[in-house]
Ligand binder design. Sequence first.
Ligand code: ADP
Length: 485
Amino acid sequence: MPAAVSQTHQRHWSLARRLLWISLAVVLGQSIISMVIATTLRQHLMTGLLKGTLQRQSLLALHKVNNQLDQLTATQAQVCCSPPDYQRFLQPLRLNDGKAALILGSAGLVSTPGSRTLFKRDQLLDVAEQAIHAAEGFTIVDTNAQEAVAAKAIKLPGGQQTGHFVYLRPVYAMPAVKAQSLIKLGAELILILLTGGVLVFSARRIFRPVRSLSQELASIELNTLDGATLPTDKAPLELLPILNEFNGMVERLRRSAANQKQFASTISHEFRTPLTVISGFIQSVLNRSEGLVDKERRALGIADLEVLRLNRMLSDLLDLSRADNHQLAIRQEPFELIPSLEHALRLARAAHSNPISDNLSDLKATTVVGDSDRLVQCIGNLIGNAAKYSKTKTPIAVQVTCTAAQVSITVRDQGQGIPNNQLERIFERFTRAEGVSLPYRQSSSGLGLSIVKMLIEAMGGTVSVESTVGEGSAFSLHLPLSPQP
Ligand code: ADP
């Protein structure tokens, strides 16, 4: 039964992202504190500046109001003042940019024309009263952040009834304040962007060694362990222990892999001779002994098949260990494709009961480059698998197609098929596809396809596979055509 694969999708945390967030929080906190300090300082400075400005402007306006007051006759001064009088006093003032003036006395509150579009009566009254009662008649009323109003109140000459003259203007509408706010906002934005940029840049630089390390690690494979040690000369101090540990581990693995290869090679050599002797004895007993009963003949037949299977497995192991030691001799010479394929098909038809069709009769003579015997071996492996993983007597098709540069030989079966996520794995050594079951009394070493791949690639070709579970598989060998003489 295939082992159940449990896949847990864990979310991993990123060191870089965490560092980035912590730095951003620190920078943000720092910005807020410095903003609070700067705002407090600015308010103090602004108050002084506003006081001076309002003092100057209100005195100019007051001068015009006083002129009106001075023009009153003694009798008029006696009955002063009514709201129309206040209105007349304020008449000469031409105020814009949100500036306003008012007189608040026993006759009530009268403000300059236009001021009522900017301020509500209640607001005017509130600001005026606060200014009148403030020290030096100056106040800043913070209605809300955008509507802070600075006001200066001055007692008009004359009796109680002449009241107070109040000059007011919104703080944020003042060009100096506006400019200062804009500069401050701009500077803060630039600072935040700059800090963010520097942080991202630094994080990328800090983690560059980790990224390049992971790329180097990804390129390491079991059969490339020889040059797999990671360089430590330019590594950062923090990574050094990990790198040293890793290099030590690679060295141990390399030694162990070399031992394994040596072991496989020795075993294959040592086993082959006795197996050949056993097989020879079985054959001679089977051929010569007339007096064998059926049961004994069957038992010897099974023993012979098992010896054959062991022999094949040992040849595979020997091939792989020779390939690992670069000692596998594979010819790279032009040969006629059709006779080789006919030979491979003859062997396969003798070995398997499945009907095997082919399209060789449609082909014209084709010369490919490689090793004819090894190609026969590869096709034998593929047809063997096709038969092994299909029901008895299910048809197998061998199709050959030619393009200008290469020839493709496809072995197609109507067997179990292979799950998509296993298609890459099956070319690895000692690997069986999960989800494909091994039929009763069949053996599997997981070596066949890795040998096919290794041999075909050594001939300058490639191997590919397409498969649908329940419908079957198609394995293709692609070999380069021999250049025309
Ligand atoms: P083996 O057949 O000895 O196990 P191979 O390397 O030839 O080793 O094949 C690896 C695995 O690929 C097999 O174990 C099997 O699961 C799968 N496989 C190969 N050929 C086929 C096929 N024609 N149909 C279904 N599965 C296949």
